[in-house]
Design a protein around this ligand. Structure first.
Ligand code: GRG
Length: 299
């Protein structure tokens, strides 16, 4: 079959449907209703699902079974959504809008937003322990360990701490990369590494897949920073201009917009080169399409 843009788009949508359907099932309302309603509001709210799509696609491109990867892909999305709920809280970024709707603490209450986030974090790990029977115990342990580190002190949380501590600090290139390596990079690296692991890729390929996730996460963050400066609230679904208002260490703040756009082009070229190297070890065309998706996204 000759792969066309249409094929890539439709494969992306097939992944999305599987993810949405899994998330809807794992968040089927239970008691206490207010908790589950808040969790559902934070997750079933139209996110791009780029992290679980990446996990599924690296697995598929490696010849792996999508059913086997789906619980881990959705665990990752639950953790991402948890981090967004907590990030929006008044004590952190204090945002009213997310994905074009009220944030969880605005739609419910602050205490319920904290608890919905906590519950999603635990529910995420339970997807791998309890709902992934096709995975070997060894694979589960490796996934759980990597996800635990990436979502805490070797990723999301230390990145967020840096982000808070260095707001209003003087522009610093090294710090900028450190913040995003943790805050955004950790979950992207997990997604591409985990997809390969589940498909049984050997260690040298897993290392390269992590590098793909790392570079892609960085490109994603650069686009995020540019959109915060350039896009409207309607398109973004959240408040633009917040990074600057909060004195955040962003790419445009450190380098200016023109140099940021040049750095982005550079990273995209590095991604193309890396995928060229990986070609033959896995099917890289759809992974290349995802690079384009990240580069061209408007929200
Ligand atoms: C303990 C897991 C945990 C979190 C607490 C608040 C916090 C520590 C971390 C926040 C990390 C954070 C918000 C990173 C931002 C990364 C980012 C670019 C988010 C936007 O991702 P998109 O565009 O969002 O994929 P959608 O809405 O499409 O899912």
């Amino acid at each position: 079959m000759i792969e066309t843009r249409q094929t890539y788009q439709s494969r992306f949508e097939t992944h999305l449907q599987a993810i949405e359907s899994y998330l809807e099932t794992c968040l089927a309302p239970q008691e206490p209703q207010v908790l589950w309603d808040a969790m559902r509001h934070g997750v079933l709210s139209g996110g791009k699902r780029i992290r679980p799509v990446l996990l599924l696609e690296t697995c598929r491109a490696s010849g792996g079974d999508l059913e086997k990867a789906l619980p881990t892909a959705c665990a990752l999305e639950l953790i991402h959504c948890f981090s967004l709920i907590h990030d929006d809280l008044p004590c952190i970024d204090n945002d009213d809008m997310r994905r074009g709707r009220l944030t969880v603490h605005k739609a419910f209450s602050e205490d319920m937003a904290v608890l919905a986030g906590d519950a999603l974090y635990g529910l995420a790990f339970a997807q791998i322990t309890d709902f992934a029977p096709q995975l070997s115990d060894r694979a589960k342990l490796r996934l759980l360990s990597a996800l635990a580190w990436a979502s805490s002190v070797k990723g999301l949380v230390n990145g967020q701490v840096d982000d808070i501590q260095f707001a209003h600090a003087a522009p610093d290139e090294q710090l900028l990369y450190r913040i995003h390596h943790g805050k955004t990079g950790a979950l992207f690296r997990f997604s591409t590494w985990a997809g390969g692991l589940i498909a049984g890729q050997p260690e040298p390929i897993l290392t390269r897949l992590s590098r793909y996730g790392d570079l892609l996460g960085l490109a994603f963050q650069i686009v995020d920073d540019l959109l915060d400066v350039q896009a409207s609230a309607d398109v973004l679904g959240k408040t633009p201009g917040k990074d600057q208002a909060q004195g955040k260490m962003t790419f445009p703040a450190v380098f200016g917009v023109a140099e940021t756009e040049r750095i982005l082009k550079d990273r995209i070229a590095a991604l193309h080169a890396l995928l060229d190297e990986l070609d033959g070890d896995l099917e890289t065309e759809q992974l290349l399409y995802l690079v384009g998706f990240v580069e061209k996204r408007e929200s």
